[in-house]
Design a protein. Structure first.
Length: 256
């Protein structure tokens, strides 16, 4: 690598919000010999890409960036309220729209110093490929891999504080109460996978019923796989808590 090549790389970290997300069960799907799997996997990835692009188009000031590799993807956005909510709303949409594909997610959202180039330029600079690194990336990965444990996308304490503060603003009024939940088992704040999204209130009951059926089906299917069963059991408990608190046309799940 020449000094000219190095000159094209950013010289300082940016302060950004960062999310590291793991697509749970993705490897198992990829390794399945079923002939429909390649198409199924492409639909999952296309759904995720669509949700990212739609949020980026809606919140243009957030500078939302995304990098995907195998069963993981990373999001980052500007150190602004708009950037924070671009991350949260993208994750909420991804969770909501992938129940239909029998897919759940685990992740962490942090804030801090990071380099994130999601485009790269192999044509003019062969050494400039898409990349991400920095303390905030490592913090988000730690939240996902060491702390989240269950199928949930958790927020660092700093991110929770900023989300609560911005929830009182005109632009994001009450978003924190709509999209965030606090786990009854360990008090971590996470993005509510059953959120009462105001954009889909008319379909909320049917949506919850479909989620409940997906969770119950996976509980039944994974009775002999203790690690997988534990994850779906956690989701079932959170689902039951949610439907009991909200007057939707959905019933609690009977956990085997």
């Amino acid at each position: 690598m020449t000094n000219t090549d190095l000159a094209e790389w950013p010289k300082q970290y940016e302060e950004r919000y960062v999310a590291f997300i793991d697509i749970l069960g993705f490897s198992e799907k990829v390794l399945s010999p079923h002939p429909s799997i390649p198409t199924h996997v492409r639909r999952i990835l296309a759904s995720i890409a669509d949700d990212i692009h739609q949020t980026a188009a809606r919140l243009t000031g957030a500078d939302l960036r995304a990098t995907h590799f195998s069963d993981c993807f990373v999001l980052s956005a500007k150190d602004l309220d708009e950037g924070l909510w671009a991350i949260i709303l993208t994750c909420d949409a991804i969770q909501s729209n992938n129940w239909a594909y029998d897919v759940v997610f685990r992740g962490g959202i942090t804030h801090g110093k990071v380099f994130h180039d999601d485009k790269g330029n192999f044509t003019s600079h062969p050494t400039m490929h898409p990349f991400i690194y920095g303390p905030a990336f490592l913090d988000a990965y730690k939240l996902e891999s060491k702390i989240a444990v269950y199928p949930r996308i958790i927020l660092s304490d700093y991110v929770v504080q900023k989300a609560r503060q911005s929830g009182t603003s005109a632009s994001f009024s009450n978003y924190d109460s709509i999209y965030l939940a606090v786990s009854s088992c360990d008090n971590y704040t996470y993005i509510n996978p059953f959120s009462n999204n105001p954009l889909m209130q008319n379909a909320q009951g049917l949506h919850l019923q479909a989620i409940g059926q997906t969770i119950f089906s996976n509980l039944q299917h994974n009775k002999k796989r203790a690690d997988v069963f534990a994850k779906w059991s956690w989701l079932a408990l959170r689902y039951n808590e949610y439907v009991k608190k909200h007057p939707h046309s959905a019933q609690p799940i009977a956990i085997p």
